[in-house]
Design a protein around this ligand. Structure first.
Ligand code: NDP
Length: 480
């Protein structure tokens, strides 16, 4: 089948008729073609968006809210269909797509359908000067949204929903590796009555289609989630044009385990935080730091639990891990595992590719635990973004904090303890945008989401995203 671009409410082929093969990671077979859109396709998408903008930006909040709610409702109605499509396109277990990815995509729309009706601005009375100031928050115009392959519909809609709720029109590009559910979203938007041109989806390679979006002089803001290297490239292109940018980038998140924690809860959550979605979540706790007192016990218990995980066909309901997203990515992750010996590290579980019966050419890998001795090693400094975690022990709080902060990334951190003072000290001193205490990936969509250091610039979530997608304007009125 052929995936098409969604421009001005219609499904169209790329102008130059260039296509990219789309693989099913569970069996390594090509199962569809995706447009590799050119500058001209992006220009058409921009023109449609620019034409739709005057009317959409003046639509009532009730109207926008109603349409966004309808999109959420339709996503939930089609949950089985969308989850199967996501699982096939990405390789993730269908159970995960059904429980997390697709419901969250619906929640993204529902959340912003509500949030836009509650969004307000400030006023400042200049007492003694007979002046009153108020702030208008106006939509930017046409904005670009670019998202990665790990949580395809989840992250795509996390950008689009606040952008259109705030009155912007969008040119969006999903990852070329996982285009399917973004393609299906177009039909849902039409069914929900989203006016044509408000959302335009162009598919293609980052280096052609993505590049055309970021270089477009009239696309005034870019919301991007992806790798740190790509983020730096986008920042460089956007800076001379003074585009607004929001960059959600990579992570190398510490999962810090103290002896005084609720051990069983920590163990079960740590398994999930390590290997959910084959470890391909920017928030996974990929560096596990364990207090020395319980290190050996943890190592044994954790390895035992991980050994129980089933790697299998993503469409089997009982698979805990599915396939990695692509052959290239599988090889990249494997090369990190193969570097263990050179890094003075020891593989204590996993490390091998898995052959799944009936899907012998799929991209499967064992969940892998590597014990490291030096936090400076590549395995503890670079983002692997696969089913690989490292273990290292620490003796004191100070040592744990130093290890946790000793990376160029600063997205999320987890800490397991029942000590209140320690919780507060770590919450304040961890150099990350998110700290989870005695939990992982508990998301309240009202909260600011994003990282510091090389993990990004700006915040998504709640009103933060609505602030990003609007320009504040000060109006000052003097009266007699
Ligand atoms: P990439 O940076 O390779 O790609 C992300 C998106 O950018 C894709 O749509 C890609 O297109 C596009 N792109 C690539 N090059 C350009 C370019 N020159 N101009 C414009 N767009 C471009 O990341 P991955 O898709 O590999 O995703 C994994 C990364 O995403 C990891 O580093 C992960 O940590 C990060 N991530 C961060 C999150 C966060 O919230 N902080 C959440 C989830 C993931 P294409 O794929 O078609 O080449």
């Amino acid at each position: 089948m052929k995936i098409q671009n969604y421009i001005n409410g219609k499904f169209v082929n790329p102008i130059q008729d260039n296509w990219i093969d789309n693989y099913n990671p569970s069996n390594g077979k090509i199962y569809s073609q995706t447009p590799n859109s050119s500058k001209d396709d992006v220009e058409n998408a921009y023109q449609a968006a620019a034409k739709a903008f005057p009317k959409w930006s003046n639509s009532s909040l009730e109207e926008r809210s109603k349409i966004l709610s309808k999109i959420a409702e339709l996503i939930l109605e089609k949950i089985d269909f969308l989850a199967a499509a996501e699982s096939k396109d990405n390789g993730k277990p269908i159970s995960l797509a059904k429980q997390v990815d697709i419901p969250r995509a619906a929640s993204n729309f529902q959340f912003y359908a509500n949030a836009i009706t509650q969004f307000s601005t400030e006023s400042h009375e200049s007492v003694g000067l007979n002046a009153i100031n108020f702030t208008l928050r106006q939509p930017i115009g046409v904005v670009g949204c670019i998202s990665p392959w790990n949580l395809p519909l989840y992250l795509f809609t996390w950008k689009i929903a606040p952008a259109i709720a705030a009155g912007n029109c969008v040119v969006a590009k999903p990852s070329e590796v996982t285009p399917m559910t973004a393609f299906l979203l177009g039909e849902i938007c039409n069914e929900a009555g989203l006016p044509k041109g408000v959302l335009n989806i162009v598919h293609g390679l980052g280096t052609t289609t993505g590049q055309a979006i970021i270089e477009h002089t009239k696309i005034k803001a870019i919301s991007f989630t992806g790798g740190t290297k790509t983020g730096a490239h986008i920042a460089k292109i956007a800076a001379p044009m003074f585009k607004k940018i929001s960059l959600e980038l990579g992570g190398k998140n510490p999962n810090i385990i103290f002896a005084d924690c609720d051990y069983n809860k920590m163990l079960a959550t740590t398994v999930r935080a390590s290997f959910a979605n084959q470890g391909q979540i920017c928030l996974c706790g990929s560096r596990i730091l364990v207090e020395e007192k319980i290190y050996e016990k943890f190592k044994t218990d954790f390895s035992k639990k991980v050994a129980e995980l089933k790697v299998g066909n993503p469409l089997d309901e009982d698979s805990n891990l599915g396939a990695l997203v692509s052959k290239e990515h599988l090889e990249k992750v494997k090369s990190y595992i193969d570097s263990a010996e050179k890094e003075d590290a020891k593989i204590i579980f996993g490390g091998k590719k898995v052959v799944v019966k009936g899907a012998e050419n799929g991209y499967y890998l064992q969940p892998t635990i590597i014990e490291v001795t030096d936090n400076k090693c590549k395995l503890n400094q670079e983002e692997i973004f696969g089913p690989v975690v490292t273990l290292i022990s620490f003796k004191t709080d100070k040592e744990a904090l130093t290890l946790a902060n000793d990376t160029k990334y600063g997205l999320a951190a987890m800490i397991w303890t029942n000590n209140l003072n320690r919780t507060m000290q770590f919450s304040k001193q961890l150099q990350t945008g998110i700290v989870w205490v005695n939990t992982w990936l508990l998301r309240d969509l009202r909260t600011p989401f994003g990282g510091i250091k090389n993990s990004g610039v700006g915040r998504e979530g709640g009103f933060e995203a609505l602030r990003f997608f609007t320009e504040p304007k000060n109006v000052c009125i003097v009266y007699e």
